[in-house]
Design a protein around this ligand. Structure first.
Ligand code: DQA
Length: 146
């Protein structure tokens, strides 16, 4: 089972960026934790981070026919990128939206995601564990033959 983990804008700065909100782990450390759990669950995981919407769209297009699942933290693009939303719909790959912080408990503009309605589900507010919970969700869905 191949899974593509996508990280959007500013997530390359994790570790130094607002650690009181996003924690102290760097993106590399988070990816390592995802990798470890992924291999325990039998998931083969590739990673991609970009600060550019178009590059994320291109990566989603190239995922077609290669990956069975996408785990996606679109960062601030979650709140307004109809183009990313359309890319997910276009490739038809089941996607789980992930956020480190609880987007419902912050500024009002963060509480709405335009991506969430085209995703299987959303995990928000558990730091690194948001990504790990998404992997468990994939493992569970696959076990049910989905
Ligand atoms: C975020 C939440 C977004 O609102 C914010 O713009 C981010 C990170 C999160 O993981 O909590 O860049 O996606």
């Amino acid at each position: 089972m191949k899974v593509l983990v996508l990280h959007g804008p500013n997530l390359n700065l994790l570790g130094q960026r607002e650690p009181e909100i996003y924690g102290h782990r760097t993106l590399d450390q988070i990816n390592e934790e995802i990798e470890v759990l992924g291999s325990q669950l039998g998931l083969q995981i590739d990673f991609f981070q970009s600060n550019q919407e178009g590059l994320l769209i291109d990566r989603i297009h190239r995922a077609h026919g290669v990956y069975e699942w996408i785990v996606f933290n679109p960062g601030a693009l979650s709140h307004y990128s109809y183009a990313l939303r359309d890319a997910i719909t276009a490739v038809g790959i089941p996607t789980i939206e992930v956020h480190l912080s609880n987007i419902q408990a912050r500024e009002p503009f963060r509480s709405h995601s335009v991506i969430a309605p085209v995703c299987v589900g959303q995990v928000s507010g558990f730091g690194t564990a948001s990504y790990l919970l998404a992997l468990y969700a994939i493992f569970e869905q696959v076990g049910r033959g989905k």
